[in-house]
Design a protein around this ligand. Structure first.
Ligand code: HEM
Length: 528
């Protein structure tokens, strides 16, 4: 997901606006943290030009180096454009607030992140979504939660939040998620049987991708896509290919000037990708509309979950429903799938954590009793495992905000409106001052057992405030239910052929290599 979160931001700059005159005399020329500290101490805010700035040659050098490393590892595609550790390096070199080579203001400490997000506007703006809007305008589709802005966005969120975000509402999806989890476990058993040792599942990223797609589609469309069958239906596979086509050509489509669109193939591929996504979503929505109409014609009650709610209980137009459902679907796949990959990877490397988790999830009863949403809310260690996974691997490593209404003072600097702020979530959640042993997987740090709580803005993987993630509750439920079922049945062990897996930034944080793990049956397991 989340191409929208940072690619757009990379292009925006400060909206072309010239920075205003300094409000206070410029400080002596010095770099990095000491300069920021002097701004923080100043009575009056300093000008944005006084912020330390990453030089263009340095930016190019780092970009080139990370591409070279990934290329040498055979892992450089159009999407892998930067190592995420540059955030940590930049903080060490420039301090907690600085400008990058494009002029965006990078916020890189929990305190400044809190200061910025608490000053967010009534209708927060994440980034310019011009290119996404262009497709929707071309084809007559409405805007979804990522593309709509201002009061219209707010009104849309009121509708979308209702059946997704409130814990009580999201809990109703545990039945449908459990069905998907059960099929996923069958698939895992089948796949490991196919391995020479009978217990290794290879390329887990692909399997979790299919799981997440099946799960989110089951919730949104109230329809199973059969992603977890041995043979994926042709239409579903075309849809998966369309998502990949759109994302792999997004970067080029963003960078190229309009006149280049007819000369290079990327624009047409980008549009073809969106077409595939919308054709698929539209077909499923249209089918549901027909069913609802039939029931209404027969004077029967209309029952169902999310799509039925959107179609029959809200004032949304059909074209807006197409737009919203497509965006929800896109946002709901890479995010949960990558988080699950990282969770299993860390559990395989930390058997003592896995044992503690196993003890906890076993407490809910026999392995063949499906866990409910209510069960998982009382499993603090399970929740801590997911929280710690998202701290170490924030799926969206860089988020963005633009203050569109007025200038803002952050960290003692006066930042003009329409400047893009890049929020360095990866570095912030690895900050040694906030998290001791910040490179270690320590779920305990999140337990409410009397220990000191980490800074509330140290790790905010779902964002913050009214524009925060709308899918948070169902993503958490999916991850809790899947982990509960997996850990009760299997001991997850590293595959000896695998070395250390590092994260790279492909807009979402992904492993730098294929992940294979061993799924070994637990001795206490009773169900088949
Ligand atoms: C581990 C799972 C997930 C993570 C870590 C995650 C993270 C995020 C983050 C960081 C944002 C930006 C928030 C902000 O700017 O303050 C976001 C927005 C969003 N997410 Fe998620 N997400 C996840 C799963 C999902 C799922 C399953 C869905 C779909 C149901 C979803 C739908 C959305 C949408 C529609 C937005 C845009 C909201 C808006 O602009 O109003 N996300 N997500």
């Amino acid at each position: 997901m989340a191409a929208w979160l940072s690619w757009r931001a990379v292009r925006l700059g400060n909206g072309g606006r010239l920075l205003p005159r300094p409000l206070a005399p410029a400080p002596a020329v010095c770099r990095g943290a000491s300069r920021v500290a002097s701004a923080l101490q100043a009575d009056r805010p300093r000008a944005a030009e006084d912020l330390p700035r990453v030089s263009f040659p340095e930016f190019i050098y780092r970009l080139g180096r990370s591409h070279l490393v990934l290329t040498l590892k055979g892992n450089c595609t159009q999407q892998s454009y930067a190592s995420v550790t540059h955030q940590i390096h930049n903080k060490q070199r420039y301090g907690p607030i600085y400008r990058d080579a494009m002029g965006h203001v990078c916020v890189n400490s929990p305190d400044l992140l809190e200061e910025l997000l608490r000053k967010d506007e009534k209708f927060p703006c994440r980034a310019d979504m011009a290119l996404w809007k262009e497709f929707r305008d071309m084809k007559g589709f409405g805007y979804g939660p990522f593309t709509v802005e201002g009061e219209r966005w707010y009104n849309l969120r009121v509708v979308l939040n209702k059946r997704l975000l409130h814990p009580k509402d999201s809990a109703q999806y545990d039945g449908v998620i459990n069905e998907v989890v059960t099929d996923f476990i069958k698939k895992i058993r089948y796949l490991r049987q196919c391995s020479p040792t009978g217990d290794v599942v290879t390329d887990l990223a692909n399997e979790f991708y299919l799981f997440s797609l099946e799960g989110i589609a089951a919730i949104l469309f109230e329809t199973r896509l059969s992603c977890l069958e041995k043979e994926i239906p042709a239409g579903t596979q075309e849809f998966i290919n369309a998502i990949a086509l759109m994302f792999t050509n997004s970067m080029a489509a963003h960078i190229m000037p309009k006149w280049g669109r007819s000369l290079l193939p990327h624009w047409d591929r980008y549009i073809a990708g969106w077409d595939g996504i919308f054709i698929f979503a539209k077909e499923l929505i249209d089918r549901k509309m027909e069913l609802i109409q039939q029931r209404l014609d027969n004077e029967q009650d209309v029952e169902g979950e999310y799509l039925t709610y959107l179609l029959s209980n809200t004032q949304m137009s059909t074209k807006d429903i197409y737009g919203s459902v497509a965006e929800l679907l896109l946002a709901g796949v890479d995010t949960t799938s990558n988080t699950l990959i990282w969770a299993l990877y860390q559990l395989s490397k930390n058997p003592e954590v896995q044992n503690r988790l196993y003890e906890e999830v076993s407490s809910i009863g026999p392995v063949d009793r499906l866990p409910s949403a209510a069960d998982v809310t009382v499993l603090p260690y399970l929740r801590a495992v997911i929280k710690e996974t998202l701290r170490m691997y924030p799926v969206v490593p860089t988020n963005a905000r633009i203050m569109t209404e007025k200038d803002v003072v952050i960290g003692g600097y006066h930042i003009p409106k329409n400047t893009t702020f890049l929020l360095s979530h990866y570095a912030i959640s690895h900050d040694k001052d906030t998290f001791s042993d910040s490179m270690q997987f320590r779920p305990e740090r999140w337990l409410r057992d009397g220990r000191e709580r980490p800074h509330p803005f140290g790790s905010i993987p779902f964002g913050f405030g009214v524009r925060g993630c709308v899918g948070r509750r169902i993503a958490e439920l999916e991850m809790y239910l899947l982990l509960t079922q997996l850990i009760r049945r299997f001991e997850i062990q590293p595959d000896p052929s695998m070395g250390e897996v590092k994260s790279i930034n492909r807009v979402v944080l992904v492993p730098d290599q294929q992940l294979n793990l061993r799924f070994v049956d637990r001795r206490r397991e009773t169900a088949a």
